[in-house]
Design a protein around this ligand. Structure first.
Ligand SMILES: *Cc1c(COP(=O)(O)O)cnc(C)c1O
Length: 370
């Protein structure tokens, strides 16, 4: 079975984690947490990194730290993982769902402009499948309305927008280190920022909202969203290899392009705008209208041949908890997220994948479409 994704855990990961375990520093105090925060934030060209429990909690903390609360609106894209919408609901705010750009599948600034209201307290720009959102256009709108922008970089570690690393462009960047992300700590996440005040506030909230300098005095309802030293040890090992991971993932995309571009039924592979240096989190294909009609059949034929695939996200606005949320799309009745959800497939993409395996996946796909 060739899975869509699998983590790459090597000797270094074993060495660092066993050192963390045998040191006795198994909770969230320990040298690896600080080191991972330093190394990862530096990698993102940010001054601060705050290691947390997972990517969803990173979003929750970012919203809380920006003082988003009950009744406020937060603009999010429709074509993304449900955790983005859930993080908004969890703090009692309302997601306002906007459609994505048809070319690069991230939040469409045109729709963001229409969706901004006096209640808007934040915008979450998601860098989807490794491709950055159009940050200049979003920041121009956000700055005019004095609204902070949170970057969700869970799928885009190391990607760049006009030579700026994702996570360093908005007020705060949120990352996930789940097992299928570009680097993993098992479960885990990180917030990165250049804002000193925001850094202090996030650290305070993630650690029980205990007043610095006064032990056991808590001025707000806080969380425990701390990453463990064992997880951070895994993260430090992965940081030593992130460059190698990203270049192999880029190579995998090139291989799939050689095999699949111009094939009947396949409309396109991962997008790349002029202003973007995407990373290949997951190789993505869009089927044409004809082939999309049998997308489920295609993925089950692939599964029979031992090739795992993954459908694109169901639009947030089609999911039960978010059905009644306000939503905006460019043209009445034309919904890009809906179209992507019905025509997109992710293909196996991970560090250990060989040229032969990619050829096998491509050939199986070509046959499955016929
Ligand atoms: C994976 C992911 C998350 C959630 O991260 P977890 O660590 O699983 O909580 C959030 N946003 C996006 C876009 C993701 O892909």
């Amino acid at each position: 079975m060739i899975y869509v994704s699998q983590p790459d855990i090597g000797e270094l990961e074993l060495e660092y984690t066993s050192e963390a375990v045998s040191s006795g520093w198994v909770s969230s105090i320990g040298k690896y947490v600080t080191r991972f925060e330093k190394e990862f934030s530096a990698y993102c060209d940010c001054q601060h990194g705050i290691a947390v429990t997972n990517g969803t909690d990173a979003l929750v903390l970012a919203l809380r730290a920006l003082n988003v609360s009950r009744g406020d609106e937060v603009i999010i894209p429709s074509h993304t993982f449900a955790a983005v919408a859930a993080s908004v609901k969890i703090i009692g705010a309302e997601p306002v769902i906007v459609d994505v750009d048809p070319e690069y599948w991230c939040i469409d600034p045109y729709n963001v402009e229409k969706a901004i209201s006096s209640k808007t307290k934040a915008i979450i720009a998601v860098h989807s499948y490794g491709h950055p959102a159009d940050m200049d256009a979003i920041l121009a709108l956000a700055n005019k309305a004095d609204i902070p922008v949170i970057e969700d970089c869970a799928e885009a570690h190391g990607a760049r927008y006009k030579n700026k690393k994702v996570g360093s462009i908005g007020s705060v960047g949120c990352f996930s280190f789940y097992g299928n992300k570009i680097i993993t700590t098992g479960e885990g996440g990180m917030l990165v920022t250049n804002d000193d005040t925001l850094n202090d506030r996030i650290r305070f909230l993630k650690d029980h909202a205990m007043l610095p300098g006064r032990r056991y005095y808590h001025t707000e309802v806080g969380y425990n969203k701390r990453m463990t030293n064992i997880q951070a040890a895994l993260g430090c090992a992965q940081m030593k290899r992130i460059k190698e991971f990203l270049s192999h993932r880029a190579r995998i995309l090139e291989w799939y392009k050689e095999d699949l571009e111009g094939i009947d039924g396949i409309q396109s592979l991962n997008p790349k705008m002029k202003w973007a240096n995407p990373v290949n989190w997951m190789t993505s294909i869009l089927l044409d209208n004809q082939a999309s009609k049998m997308i489920d059949e295609i993925s089950s034929r692939l599964l029979d041949k031992g090739v795992d695939t993954r459908p694109f996200f169901i639009p947030i606005s089609n999911l039960p908890p978010y059905k009644d949320c306000l939503s905006f799309s460019r043209k009445q009745g034309v919904n890009i997220s809906d179209h992507l959800g019905r025509s997109g497939l992710n293909l196996p993409t991970y560090n250990q994948l060989t040229r032969e395996q990619v050829s096998y996946c491509s050939q199986s796909l070509i046959e499955a479409i016929k």
